[in-house]
Design a protein around this ligand. Structure first.
Ligand code: IMP
Ligand code: MG
Length: 176
């Protein structure tokens, strides 16, 4: 692993994740939200934010692909895993690593809405709003970032760097 410029440190992430967990705990008081982990990039954030929530929660997992080893979105998204979960009457919180164009999230929201949940909110560690193609509402945002391709804390480039404890800007020499 080559050293990369740290954009958000491990302690900044941990502080913000704790705040988000407290906010969600207050907003969903006396309810049992279903947290939907969007594989694979959200796994670390999901595991941390889930433990920062002081309520009972239910965990579900979905996978969407859109990047296929590129650092620029292909603009085409497809749900990889068959979407069979029924969220009828449940309070859903989609937990994402980053919202970029908004295309994958839009697709996932449409799929979930079809199952008639009681409510649906979105929690994303990162938001690159300058790159938005589809407008989407994000209810809980960890950090607003500029248009950099970032890795670490679950986010990858060609499946690498997910295990960094911080968020770093991808070294341009790695982009193929
Ligand atoms: P969108 O459909 O363009 O919003 O892209 C959403 C997905 O692309 C995210 O959930 C990430 O998995 C991936 N992605 C977007 N930007 C980045 C980045 O800077 N680093 C790593 N993955 C990214
Ligand atoms: Mg993702």
């Amino acid at each position: 692993m080559s050293p990369m410029k740290i954009l958000i440190s491990e302690s900044e992430i941990q502080d913000r994740v704790r705040q988000l967990g407290m906010e969600i705990s207050q907003d969903y008081h006396a309810r049992i939200p279903t947290l939907v982990c969007v594989l694979k990039g959200s796994i670390i954030f999901f595991a941390d934010v889930m433990r920062a929530i002081t309520l009972d929660v239910i965990c579900e997992f979905v996978q969407i692909s859109s990047y296929a080893n590129k650092s620029i979105s292909s603009g085409e998204t497809n749900l990889v895993h068959n979407f069979k979960t029924n969220f009828k009457d449940t309070d859903i919180i989609i937990v994402e690593d980053i919202i970029d164009t908004g295309l994958s999230l839009t697709l996932l929201i449409e799929e979930i809405q079809r199952t008639a949940p009681a409510s649906l909110k979105v929690c994303s560690l990162l938001n690159k709003s300058s790159r938005r193609v589809k407008p989407v509402q994000i209810d809980y945002v960890g950090f607003e970032i500029d248009d950099h391709f970032v890795v670490g804390y679950g986010l990858d480039y060609a499946q690498k760097h997910r295990n960094l404890p911080h968020v770093a800007i991808l070294d341009p020499s790695e982009i193929s």
